[in-house]
Design a protein around this ligand. Structure first.
Ligand SMILES: [Zn+2]
Length: 112
């Protein structure tokens, strides 16, 4: 299936991008050194909020990375396009919109 190779490349590119972003976020924050350097209180608050947001993003990036990795494994084992939980086919429209889908819509909603 020629489509599989293209899909695999797309998923691998996506995984590489996610890993690069995770690595970037995991770097030790050097912002701490800037704190207290003539900044107003408001700036500090913004800083704290954006750091919290980064942590949140980091978590979901890791979840996304794990999902893309699983989708690639499914491609390799031939179960791609089938739900990991119930084994039913995943709707083609869902796969087209999110090629890293590993659950059908019903299971994805129950899994939340
Ligand atoms: Zn399912």
């Amino acid at each position: 299936m020629a489509e599989t190779a293209a899909l695999e490349r797309e998923l691998q590119a996506r995984r590489d991008e996610l890993r690069a972003r995770i690595a970037q976020l995991a770097k030790p924050a050097e912002r701490g050194a800037e704190l207290g350097f003539g900044k107003r209180i408001g700036d500090g608050t913004t800083e704290a909020v954006s750091r919290l947001t980064d942590i949140g993003v980091g978590g979901s990036l890791e979840v996304s990375e794990a999902r893309v990795t699983r989708a690639l494994a499914k491609l390799a084992e031939g179960s791609y396009g089938r739900c990991d939980m119930c084994g039913e086919p995943i709707a083609p429209a869902r796969l087209a919109a999110a090629p890293d889908s590993i659950l059908c819509i019903g299971c994805a909603q129950r899994a939340v």
